[in-house]
Every structure is written in C-alpha cells, then in structure tokens.
Design a protein around this ligand. Structure first.
Ligand code: ADP
Ligand code: MG
Length: 701
C-alpha cells in the first residue's frame, strides 16, 4: 500500500465522522490512517474460550458467554435508573446491567437472538451479573475478523464516554484493513528479514491487531519493535556519519612536546587501562578531518579530569586553545586549581572565568584570549557569553553536560570559523540502551574502571532516632584526622523550609561540635560566590573538619581527605543525586562511609532507592534501577527527547532488541551509506518517508 494511502486523514475512514475524527485527533493523536495503524494495543485478552453460565465463578474475571436476552426492564432505585436484561443459555440465567445510555441501549438490544457477550462478571444479590457488557450479535461475531487474542487499546475517559470504545477502535481497525486489503508494503530489506527470521510487515501488522495465536502475536511484536528501533538508530547513525563527512574539524596531527613532556615527566599517577583507551579514542578523533562529538561517561571518581587535561594539551601542541566549562562556580574553581597544579612545570597559561571574576581581570582574560597568549580557559556559563572571543578555539570540553541546555552547548560552536572539537563528560551514567537512543548520534567513550586502591564506600541507612550514634561516629572519624560532609536537600518548591532545615542543622552541628576544637564550614546557594569560595577553601585546606552544605557540592568537588558523607532527608533525593553525593568521598586511601539519614516514613520507591545505595557502588547498576523507577522520560536531560516517544517498543524491556537493531543499522550504513543498493530499496523508501513526515532530528541536539 503506498504512502499516500496511509497519509489519508482519518475522517475519510468509513465509520469516522467529523466528531469522532476530532476526538481521535485530540485524545489519541490519530490524524491519519497510518496513525491508526500504529495505534497499538497495550494488552490482549484471551477470548479463545466461551463459558457457560453454570461455569461462572465468583472471581470477577472477564468472561465470554454465548446466550440470548429474554427480557428487558428498567429499574428505578433512589431516583437512579438502570436497565436490566435477563440473559440465558442452556445452563442458566444471569443479568446484564447498564447505568448509562439506557435509552439508546434499550432500543438497540434484540430479544431472543444469539449474542456473544464479554465483560467482568459480578456476584450481586444472589445472581451473576455483568455491567456494561461488550455485546456482539453471534452472526457478526462469526463474520468479523476474529482472533484468539482480543486487543485492548489505550483509552481515555473522554474516548470511552463518547462511545469510542475498544470495540469501536477494533471495528475501525477492521475497516482500515479491509480498505487496504492488508497490502502494506514491506519496510525492511530481504536480508534483514531472512537473517533475523522476522515476520513480514503485512503479517506483523495484522497479527498485532488481530492476533491468530500467542506465537504469531509475539513474532509480530518482535518485528515491529525491531523496526521501530532500527529506523531511529538509522537516523541517529546517519546523522553522526553525515556530521563527520560534512563538518570539517581542525586536524590535530601531532602529539607534540607538551604532551610528551607531560606524559613522560609530570603524570601524577599511572593511567588506568580505561583512561588510556579513552585518550586513544579521543586522539583518533582529533587526528581525523572530522569534528569530534564525543561523550565521555565515567562514574564519579573514575578520573575524567586527567583525560580532559591530556586532550586539551593535544590541542595546545597543535597551536590551538582549549576551554573547559563546568556547571558551577565551585567546580570551575576546583578544576582550575587541579589543572594549574598538574601543569605546574609546563609552559601553559590557564585562566579562570566565572560570574564573579572582576571586571579588570575579565578584561585581561578577554585580551589574552583574543591575542592567543592564553591557552586554556576554565569557567562556568561565563565562557559562552558573546564577549568571550578566542583566537583559535580547538577543543571545548563540557563537564557534567546534563546540567547545560542544548542551546548553551550550541553556542560553543560559533566561537570560530569551524566548530571546535567537543567532548562532553558526564558522571551520571545512563544505561547503555538509553545512551544508544539519547546520545545515539554521539560517539561514546566509557571509563569503566576506577583507579587502583580505591576502597568500596561503606553505605548504611540510619533513622533520625540514631543521630547520637552518628555524631559519635563523626567524632571518631575526626579524631582520626578525617573530614565530614553533611548535606541537606534543597528543593526549589520548598526552598524556605529547606533553608530553615539547613540552618537548624548547622546550628545543632555547631553545638555538638563546638569551637575551638572543631571548625564547621557551611556552603549554600544563597551565599556570595566569594564567601562560598572562602568556606570551600577552608575545607579543602583542612582548616575545617565538617562541611555543612546543600547539593551545591554534588558535582565534582574533590577533597580526598573527606571520608564521611552524611545525607540528611536522604529519602528526598533521587538515586543519581545520592550516587553523585556519595562520590564526594572515597577519593583518598582511607575507608570511606556514606550515611543515609531518614525518618521512619518511607515510600516504597524511597525504600528501593535506599536499598540500592546500600547494596551497590556501581553507577551503571544504579542508573538501571533509576530507569526502572522513573521511566526514561524523567531521566536527567532526556525529557524532551523524541527518540523516547516509542509506539510499540519499550526502552526498558526491549533493550536486547535495541542492541540488535543498532548493530544492523550500523552494518547497513557501513555497506551502503547512501542506500543505493537495490536490495535496500525498501529501507531507503521508508527512511525517506520517515524523514519527510516525522523528522526525529528536530528533537535531538
Ligand atoms: P571524576 O571522573 O569524578 O571527575 P577525577 O578526575 O576528579 O574524577 O578523579 C578522582 C580522583 O582520582 C582524583 O583525586 C584524581 O587525582 C585521582 N585519579 C584519577 N586517575 C587516577 C589514576 N589513574 N590513578 C590514581 N589516581 C587517579
Ligand atoms: Mg569530575
């Protein structure tokens, strides 16, 4: 069936008038024949069996029964009318009951004609009854496109109240299949169909709407899920390839003296194998003609900073500048300090630019950037202001990219004639299958190994009532020379309350840990940047033993001597946030601890989150649980991602199909990049249509 048939507006389908069309559009997003065809059932009911009335049980199950209506009456009770029909078969009698639409139903019911009824059976007043049954004349039942499994389509209250019941959708679907004569063109190549033993398109569509058996239904679903993933991946990978062939990047040909000196003489530790592999991947990108667009995933503490530095040094060796953008002031300062320290013996000039950089300093930075004497610029959003102009920016690195909007990233592109190479780093690991979709157009590197000698962070869950024991533990740790974080939640909606909690907490900590023996720092978002920095530095230098903070310290802060992370009201934090916070400790050689404090009242999701944190330190495992709890739509930074608006496949449950689909899409594009091979004609056509009618590129950064 050709494309234009499927693009026919839905009101042209027999059985759909202007009213129904309107409802279908508004309530179900069905505008065209194709939308209806792709309106998939969300479950199926087994209607292979017909029950006799004397077999009915008091179990509220949904049953299918053949019988006749012998009598209809209207009953009035408490001013409410209901319609009651007596329904019989050769084994007994039951009642059918309606509370709404009495007049219309009464007129349409036929007496003494065989019906097939379907619905939930109730036991009421010593008699079986079925409220609002689905009814079909036996005669029609025998003729209609009947299948073993009855599809149940997603519905809304408006739809069902307006008479667009499941049965009506089913009828419309039948009409569509009749009109099309089930001649839907194949959309996958013969190769793929044969290799994966997929059901043809026709049969798949038919069996998803009118399954002939359980087996055929599963096969149909598999094929359609594969196809859905396949075309998304095809678009993503194609975008990546086109990007590489069209968007010229600066070619960093050499690994020069700076890199070699650093590598041979100033490397502060041996790189892990994972770090080496990732640096190699980045070097390959930088050495090619194409602009790099790479995502670097690595759990907290896996050592992404050194990878960033070495990549920037490659840019410098090739005569370019580099920048590193971080989401918060604290993190920028931290990066700045550690990079300055690592580059101590190298001739590299590094500056820091944030919102609180003084105007006079700012002027110098602007000048040095433009005349090229400044090599590396580190900072916050201040980096992407229009005033900031580079002489030749070759590499831009973005830390914790999920904190930045797409537009902010895009701004970095326009700092030069060619866009700089881009490396985005994230410590919020997302499950591989989700990454394939959300970042499917980026190249991905993963640091999947922690530096040696790290001890697992011991995580425990404690109730508020155990606070005194926790205080004792803190005292003991401080006596050993360690430092402590205590973090309070800060949620925008209840900011005032949260600040009060924070300040109350701070005061009680100061009482419990009095000066001069103990020194306590506090850092929160309402403080001036300079004060924040001052407090932070005191803690970094070890002048204070306890840091009381809101989540401003969540990202990236590195104080290896801090060994205890206490999270107050831990039930209010999301899993990835808890994991990020915990990542602030365990950075030195000492055993570290994370204590999750909560009240007794916990939701079941909160319990799962806490149990997960106690069970594992593995960021990828945690992100899998997070995905299951929250669903892909809510995962950080993935909200508006169109690639997650799937019609039949499920990113969480169908990850295996996704992997296969992605590898087939890669293979196909490798062999036939512009889809000119005649055997790929079906793919080519489908692809062209997809990008014509619904371009997923719009959704993706
Ligand atoms: P993240 O990936 O969270 O940004 P960092 O780059 O801040 O991690 O590294 C965490 C800590 O581990 C730092 O103190 C860093 O110096 C140290 N580190 C990184 N790589 C190694 C390594 N290969 N061997 C030993 N320590 C390392
Ligand atoms: Mg970091």
């Amino acid at each position: 069936m050709n494309a234009s048939f499927l693009q026919t507006p839905i009101e042209y389908l027999k059985g759909v008038g202007p009213n129904r069309a309107d409802l279908l559009r508004k309530e179900a997003g069905i505008f065209t024949y194709q939308d209806l065809l792709h309106f998939f059932p969300n479950r199926y009911i087994d209607r292979t069996r017909y029950y006799k009335i004397n077999e009915l049980q008091q179990n509220n199950a949904e049953m299918q029964i053949i019988g006749k209506i012998t009598h209809i009456k209207t009953v009035e009770q408490n001013k409410r009318k209901r319609l009651v029909a007596t329904f019989t078969d050769e084994t007994g009698t039951m009642e059918l009951v309606w509370f709404r639409g009495l007049k219309w139903i009464k007129e349409s019911l036929k007496i003494n004609v065989p019906y097939v009824i379907f619905g939930k059976v109730n036991w009421f007043n010593g008699c079986f009854s079925m409220p609002h049954p689905e009814m079909e004349l036996m005669e029609e039942h025998e003729q209609s496109l009947r299948s073993a499994m009855q599809p149940v389509y997603p519905s809304t209250e408006k739809l069902s109240n307006s008479g667009i019941t499941n049965r009506i959708i089913n009828k419309l679907m039948q009409q569509l299949f009749l009109d099309s004569k089930n001649k839907f063109s194949e959309t996958l190549s013969k190769n793929i169909l044969e290799e994966l033993k997929l059901l043809p398109k026709n049969e798949s569509l038919f069996n998803v709407h009118f399954p002939k058996s359980q087996v055929l239904l599963s096969k149909a679903q598999y094929r359609l899920k594969f196809e859905e993933f396949f075309y998304i991946q095809l678009q993503l990978i194609r975008k990546n390839l086109i990007h590489k062939s069209k968007i010229k990047g600066y070619r960093f040909e050499k690994v020069g003296p700076l890199f070699n000196t650093f590598y041979n003489a100033h490397l502060p530790f041996d790189l892990t194998e994972a770090q080496k592999r990732v640096i190699k991947e980045i070097r390959n990108d930088l050495g090619s003609n194409a602009q790099m667009n790479r995502l670097l995933q690595g759990d907290v503490g896996s050592g992404k900073t050194i990878v960033a530095l070495m990549s920037m040094i490659i840019a410098l060796d090739n005569g370019f500048q580099a920048c590193l953008m971080a989401p918060t002031e604290i993190l920028s300062v931290q990066h700045y300090n550690s990079l300055v320290e690592m580059c101590n013996n190298l001739e590299i000039s590094i500056s820091l630019l944030t919102g609180s950089t003084k105007t006079s300093e700012r002027k110098i930075i602007h000048e040095n950037l433009e005349n090229g004497t400044l090599d590396i610029l580190i900072g916050t959003h201040a980096l992407i202001e229009n005033k900031v102009k580079f002489k030749n920016l070759g590499l831009a690195i973005i830390d914790e990219q999920h904190r930045f909007g797409v537009e902010q990233r895009a701004k970095l592109w326009h700092k030069n004639e060619f866009p700089p190479h881009i490396l985005v780093m994230t410590a919020t690991p997302i499950p591989r299958t989700l990454a394939m979709s959300v970042y499917g157009d980026l190249d991905i590197s993963v640091i999947d190994e922690l530096p040696p000698g790290r001890k697992q962070i011991k995580t425990v869950h404690r109730y508020d009532s155990n606070r005194l024991k926790v205080f004792k533990f803190i005292r003991d740790e401080i006596a050993k020379g360690r430092q402590i974080y205590i973090v309070y939640p800060l949620i925008q909606e209840s900011e005032k309350m949260d600040y009060k909690d924070l300040m109350d907490g701070y005061e009680s900590i100061e009482r419990e840990f009095p000066k001069p023996k103990y020194q306590v720092s506090i850092v929160h978002g309402q403080m001036k940047a300079a004060d924040k920095d001052y407090e932070m530095q005191r803690f970094v230098k070890g002048e204070t033993q306890i840091m009381v903070a809101t989540t401003v310290i969540e990202v990236g802060v590195n104080v290896p001597n801090a060994s205890v992370m206490i999270i107050e009201s831990a039930e209010r934090f999301g899993l990835s946030q808890l994991h990020q916070l915990r990542g602030r400790v365990g950075r030195g050689a000492d055993q570290s601890y994370c204590i999750l404090m909560t009240s007794f009242k916990l939701s079941s999701d909160a319990k799962t989150r806490l149990e997960t944190m106690v069970r594992t330190n593995d960021g990828f495992e945690i992100s899998e649980v997070d995905l299951k709890l929250r669903g892909p739509g809510d995962m950080m930074g993935t909200q508006q991602s169109g690639v997650l608006q799937l019609k039949i496949a499920d990113i969480m449950k169908d990850g295996d199909i996704l992997k296969i689909a992605r590898s087939y899409a890669w293979q196909l594009l490798k062999q036939d990049p512009s889809l000119t091979n005649p055997e790929n004609i079906a793919v080519k056509n489908t692809y062209a249509q997809l990008t014509r009618y619904k371009n997923i590129w719009n959704y993706i950064s």
